[in-house]
Design a protein around this ligand. Structure first.
Ligand SMILES: *Cc1c(COP(=O)(O)O)cnc(C)c1O
Length: 364
């Protein structure tokens, strides 16, 4: 990739020096929080040149958080490094968490609990009503069970926080010491993982002389975006951050992200103000609802598999990618040179949605 070489700066600019020193300060602030090592960091930052050529917009890059390493990877690993450390600090021996049937968060939590020598109880909410055997037993559900988690189902619309509390009570009565991780690992502790990811990405870009104009990713339970908002604010980055929603309407999604970003910044205690207009979500790619496949997601997932050899997922990163591709085509990034898509993982869910892709069979 000759183009990659050309962007390597001759000498670090003043801006690069400033970013480097702010990243260092943020590292020091984050070092006050306990963290267990669960993944492979830094994750790679790679150009997607065949996709960029096919779309004809800015140069597109991918930040490979699908390569965090834990049980096929994904964004929850960064959050779990802080959450599992907090669980241990509280003397817990058992983790309780919840998610949708094909939850990537549940799978990474089951793996993290295994690695930390803790038991794990997972409550899965049936948000789609699908009876497809792949959906209910394969993909992430297969891996939850393989990692030794106890898995139980709850109907769609159940109060999952109340369900987790109730289970925790029952376990406490038996002398177990449970620790509840909220859905998606999204609270001010989990979001620290993405504060640190903002720092990691900024340092990585500075290291290769790359100026990132925009960062795009799928946003759901909001911890990823909230952490990025707080992290980018802490290093005074002007990267344009955009979340592509997978469930809630825009107003609700942005309010959730903003609320958690403010809490996360307060938790770090660096006194950084979070401006409300730094929180942007485009929720125009959800389609029929959370976890329900869309034509755009299918097309985007196939396109990336076939132009870049990359695997995305039907629930999150595939819809995020659909958003990215459409926004490139409609000129959202016009005037920008480098746009990074944060790959939040999720490919294990593909096996829960095998039939949605209507792929050709064998040829003779
Ligand atoms: C959970 C998840 C997201 C969304 O991250 P949040 O922090 O919940 O907003 C995006 N992509 C994948 C693959 C996920 O599993």
């Amino acid at each position: 990739m000759a183009q990659t070489d050309q962007i390597i700066a001759e000498k670090p600019s003043e801006q690069a020096d400033l970013t480097a020193s702010r990243c260092k300060e943020l590292s020091i602030a984050l070092a006050q929080f306990p963290r267990v090592s669960l993944g492979h960091f830094p994750t790679p930052l790679e150009p997607m040149d065949r996709l960029s050529a096919a779309l004809g917009g800015p140069r597109l890059w991918v930040k490979r958080d699908d390569c965090t390493g834990l049980s096929s990877g994904g964004n929850k690993t960064r959050k779990l490094e802080y959450l599992m450390a907090d669980a241990m600090a509280h003397g817990a021996d058992t983790i309780i968490t919840q998610g949708a049937t094909q939850s990537n968060h549940a799978r990474q939590t089951a793996a993290a609990a295994a690695k930390c020598g803790m038991a794990c109880h997972i409550l899965l909410e049936d948000r789609t009503g699908s009876n497809d055997p792949n959906y209910i037993m394969n993909g992430n559900v297969l891996l939850d069970r393989l990692h030794g988690a106890t898995v139980s189902k709850r109907p769609g619309g159940a109060d999952m926080n109340a369900e987790m509390e109730q289970l925790a009570e029952q376990l406490r009565a038996k002398g177990v010491k449970p620790y509840i991780i909220p859905g998606g690992g999204s609270n001010a502790i989990g979001a620290l993982g993405y504060v640190n990811a903002a720092r990691e990405l900024a340092e990585q870009a500075t290291g290769i002389g790359l100026k990132i104009d925009a960062l795009v990713h799928a946003t759901g339970s909001s911890g990823t975006q909230a952490g990025l908002v707080a992290g980018l604010a802490a290093i005074q980055s002007d990267i344009h951050l955009l979340g592509i929603g997978v469930r809630a309407p825009q107003e609700k999604q942005e309010a959730m992200v903003y609320d958690l970003a403010v809490k996360t910044a307060a938790h770090i205690g660096t006194g950084v103000e979070i401006a409300r207009d730094l929180v942007r979500a485009n929720c125009g790619y959800v389609g029929g609802g959370y976890g329900v496949p869309t034509d755009g997601m299918i097309a985007a997932t196939k396109m990336l598999a076939q132009t870049e050899g990359l695997l995305f997922d039907p629930v999150y990163s595939g819809k995020g990618l659909d958003g990215l591709i459409n926004l490139v085509k409609t000129g959202y990034f016009d005037g920008m040179e480098n746009v990074v898509f944060l790959h939040t993982g999720g490919s294990a869910a593909l096996f829960g949605y095998a039939d949605s892709f209507e792929l050709p069979g064998y040829t003779t």
